[in-house]
Design a protein around this ligand. Structure first.
Ligand SMILES: *[C@@H]1O[C@H](CO)[C@@H](O)[C@H](O)[C@H]1NC(C)=O
Ligand SMILES: *[C@@H]1O[C@H](CO)[C@@H](O)[C@H](O)[C@H]1NC(C)=O
Ligand SMILES: *[C@@H]1O[C@H](CO)[C@@H](O)[C@H](O)[C@H]1NC(C)=O
Length: 185
C-alpha cells in the first residue's frame, strides 16, 4: 500500500479515460408488479494514456442504474492494456429485476416510454487492477469506481429510427490510488 502511494507520487500517472460511445435499449419494460425486463447494450472505450504503464484489469463488474436504482450487473472478461492503448468494451445487461421507482420517477418512466428515449441511465465500472511500470509491479487494488452517468438512451423498436447517441465522458477519481486506502493515511 505504501509502495503504491509512493508510485503515485513519483510517477504521477495520468488517469485512465473512459467514454460511453454508444448505448441502446431493445427492452425496458416495467411491469405493474415492479419487475423490469431489460436488454441494454453499452459500448465503452478505455484508454490508458500513459506511455510507460501497463494496466492489468483483473476483475471488471459493470453495474446498471436507472434514476439512482441499481437494476443490472455483469462481469466482463479480464484484459491487459499496454501503453497508450485503447480497449473497446461491449457491455450487455439482459434479464429482469425488481425495480421500485418513487412516484415521481414512475411518472418520468411513463413519459419517457411514450417518447422512446430513457433518461438518467448510468453505468458504473467496479474494477480490480494491477499495474506494471518498468520492473515495478503493484499488487492488486481497487481504483475509484468509474461512473458513466446521465445517459439518454433510445429504445430501438422495429421500424423506428433512433436518435444518435452522444458520446459521454465517464468520471473517475485518482485512478491509480486504491480507493480502500484513501483517507487512511
Ligand atoms: C457497439 O459496438 C459493436 C461492435 O463494434 C457494434 O456492432 C454495435 O452496434 C455498437 N453499439 C451498441 C449499442 O452495441
Ligand atoms: C415489453 O413491451 C413491448 C411493447 O409494449 C411488448 O411488445 C413486449 O412483449 C413487452 N415485454 C415484456 C416482457 O413484457
Ligand atoms: C495495443 O493493443 C493491441 C491489441 O491488443 C496490440 O496489438 C498492440 O500491440 C497494443 N499496443 C501497445 C503499444 O501495447
Amino acid at each position: 500500500m505504501l509502495s503504491l502511494f509512493l508510485f503515485w507520487i513519483i510517477i504521477s500517472p495520468l488517469n485512465v479515460k473512459f467514454h460511453v460511445t454508444d448505448a441502446s435499449l431493445t427492452q425496458f419494460n416495467l411491469t405493474s408488479s415492479n419487475t423490469l425486463y431489460y436488454n441494454w447494450k453499452v459500448n465503452i472505450t478505455v484508454r490508458n494514456p500513459n506511455k510507460n504503464i501497463i494496466v492489468y484489469y483483473r476483475r471488471i463488474t459493470a453495474i446498471a442504474w436507472y434514476k439512482d436504482n441499481e437494476f443490472g450487473w455483469v462481469s466482463l472478461t479480464p484484459f491487459d492494456q499496454g501503453h497508450k492503448n485503447t480497449t473497446f468494451l461491449q457491455v450487455v445487461f439482459e434479464g429482469h429485476s425488481v425495480l421500485k421507482l418513487k412516484s415521481k420517477q414512475l411518472g418520468e418512466y411513463k413519459e419517457e416510454t411514450s417518447v422512446g428515449v430513457y433518461e438518467d441511465l448510468a453505468v458504473d465500472l467496479d474494477l480490480r487492477i494491477r499495474v506494471k511500470y518498468g520492473r515495478f509491479r503493484s499488487s492488486r487494488f481497487n481504483p475509484p469506481v468509474v461512473e458513466c452517468g446521465s445517459l439518454r438512451v433510445p429504445l430501438i423498436s422495429s421500424g423506428k429510427m433512433a436518435p444518435p447517441f452522444r458520446v459521454k465522458k465517464c468520471s473517475t477519481g485518482p485512478f491509480f490510488v486504491d480507493r480502500n486506502a484513501r483517507g487512511a493515511g
